[in-house]
Design a protein around this ligand. Sequence first.
Ligand code: TTP
Ligand code: MG
Length: 366
Amino acid sequence: MAGPDPIIFHVDMDSFYASVEVREHPEYAGRPVIVGADPKGGLGRGVVSTCSYEARKFGIHSAMPISHAYQRCPDAVFICPHFELYEQASQSVMRILRQYSPVFEQVSIDEAYLDMSHLHSFEAAQEKAQEIKNEIREQERLACSIGIAAGRTLAKIASDHSKPDGLLVVTPEGAASFLAPLPVEKIPGIGKKSARALHEMGIFTIGQLAFADIQGLIAKFGRSAVVMRDLARGIDRTSIRIRETSRSLSREMTYEQDTRDIPALQRTLDGMAQELAGYLSNERMMFKTVTVKIRYQGFDTRTKARTIEKPREDFLTIRAVAWQLFSELYDGRLVRLIGLKLSGLQSGDRSQTKIDDFSDSPPPLR
Ligand code: TTP
Ligand code: MG
């Protein structure tokens, strides 16, 4: 027999980088604030990292070219990112969240899941979530949104739906009717391609997905169709994955002019590797996976990742793997942007480092 429903919280900070900047500069409060590349009077070439909700009214959003953001709102406050500041704020928020449940999963710099099943009721959960929001506001002067549901995926949809400064409980009984009018794109994991395939089948809302022909869905999406349709019906069995390795750390850089200067591209990778290694060393963290991203002229973006056998933290390994990935990925076209990401992060207990971990050569690659 099934036990009581789990109670999962998804906590996501609102316009995170921008909110931290506003906290540091109260004079920006209420203004459109855009964190990202230097707009250079409309000629800048990077992208928007994020922006305040005031800026979103102008249609500005993450990953938009900064030049477009400038065209839409030249009077906004434009700020280049201060990653250390955001990391510090993130750590303080996560410290608060961890106090509420030992079953905790941080999934990015500004979001985490908590298993709060010990509260036993969704009413008690709602009160507790308000308490968490108050504590984050008082201690960190930052706003977040919290979604509560019996599964991880639904909790995420709920927090997203409640933004900004929201709190939304989706009970198992209310899940199907909450989801029904939402577009299928609101389901995490349904990207542009899957959405297009669903649209071609005449399925636009989650409610339509709930009653779609399962054989047709399986033919298109394989076995994941069953999970997808169950979710559309409000049945979500996804639970918290307690993984130390769920976080990632990344840097990227957009060139002023598209380039195919390989030594320059490698120097950029080196600089980013150095910065990430410095961060890992400060935080006593190690990584398992390195990803290199290349965006070519015309926004065609390619990535390649490699996971190493044992977690490492050093610059030389990051650089060696990054260079190797770069050489496998790069096809000679003009490069607009290059990025480096470390994932599978875990706390690095170096007391357990074995003698053979100290060799200078990079570790074997999988
Ligand atoms: P998100 O949580 O996706 O966005 P957000 O917190 O800015 O806004 P909201 O949650 O209220 O919709 O991402 C968290 C941070 O990650 C964001 O503040 C900046 C960074 N980020 C990027 O640098 N580039 C991106 O494309 C995205 C989506 C986020
Ligand atoms: Mg956020």
